[in-house]
Design a protein around this ligand. Structure first.
Ligand SMILES: [Cu+2]
Length: 292
């Protein structure tokens, strides 16, 4: 019972925080770029855009609109001027205006890297997660199999991710799970793992600083990075796709996957995108632990 009261309190506090934030923190930016693809049902378009002054370098990223009418008449290949609104916990395009058109660049040819050779296959629930080597926020060598014995909630991010609705949201969700995990004896062994797929920037000291900013309890939350190809290959098994621009490997386009892995190292569940909630993951963890 006490656990439930604690959880309710967390919700109330979170809701109050969301309510008083208001619009005062809203910033808007001019975005100019080319539409590469459109997902009408998800109100999303992938845009390869120029530098957004004061926010991020040129990169290719998915952007959301709240008003789907903005997508009417917009097609892949279109050059657009848009207004990007960034709030503390949200980011979306408020205006989209077609200003021209250009041929789409063909995608770069698949390079026969280690991923292709391994016959990459998506892990299914119940399957054992293959081992991989990492380094943690303290610079220690870690292997994935070293987490055996603890159920894991694991996600994939990079710390420079500029949009509050992507990687930073995963960080906030993990931070929000810390208290409930600590307070529920049934979840005492659950460990949080955040893997960065940008080892070039996210060195152990950067991850350590990031952890501090998130008020991460490092006894229950580990930040990992490692060899870029090994991290990519590991992440891909969960459906994470990471594309780096040829001319600038720091220009990263990625999707989001968060997973539960049981204490035996087997995949339990995968959450796609950014619309899962910490409460949902906690409920799934409880169910999994009760069921096992
Ligand atoms: Cu991101």
């Amino acid at each position: 019972m006490r656990v439930q009261v604690g959880l309710v309190l967390v919700f109330v506090v979170a809701a109050a925080a969301a309510a008083c934030r208001g619009r005062s923190d809203e910033r808007s930016y001019d975005l100019h770029g080319q539409v590469l693809s459109i997902e009408k049902t998800q109100k999303q378009l992938v845009i390869k855009h120029d530098e957004i002054k004061g926010l991020m370098p040129a990169m290719t990223m998915p952007y959301t609109v709240h008003d789907e009418r903005l997508l009417v008449g917009v097609a892949p290949g279109d050059l657009i001027d848009a207004t990007l609104v960034v709030e503390t916990n949200d980011a979306y395009l408020r205006t989209v205006r077609k200003v021209g058109q250009a041929p789409l660049e063909p995608p770069p040819p698949e390079k026969p890297g280690p991923v292709a050779r391994s016959g990459f296959e998506l892990l299914r629930p119940g399957e054992e997660v293959p081992d991989a080597k990492f380094v943690d926020q303290d610079g220690r060598r870690r292997s994935f199999s070293g987490f055996r014995g603890s159920p894991l909630v694991m996600t994939f991010i990079y710390t420079r991710c500029p949009l509050p609705t992507f990687c930073p949201l995963m960080d906030r969700h993990f931070a929000a799970m810390q208290k409930p995990l600590e307070q529920d004896p049934a979840l005492a062994k659950v460990h949080l793992v955040t893997v960065s797929f940008d080892p070039k920037t996210d060195t152990p000291p950067v991850l350590k600083k990031h952890a501090r900013e998130l008020k991460a309890d490092l006894s229950r939350w580990t930040f990992l990075t490692g060899d870029r190809d090994e991290v990519d290959q590991f992440a891909m098994r969960f459906g994470v796709s990471i594309a780096r621009a040829m001319n600038d490997p720091r220009d990263i386009t990625h999707n989001l996957r968060t997973v539960i892995v049981d204490a035996d190292g087997k995949l339990v569940k995968t959450y796609t995108g950014n619309d899962w909630s910490p409460e949902q993951v906690l409920a799934d963890l409880r169910e999994g632990i009760r069921g096992s």
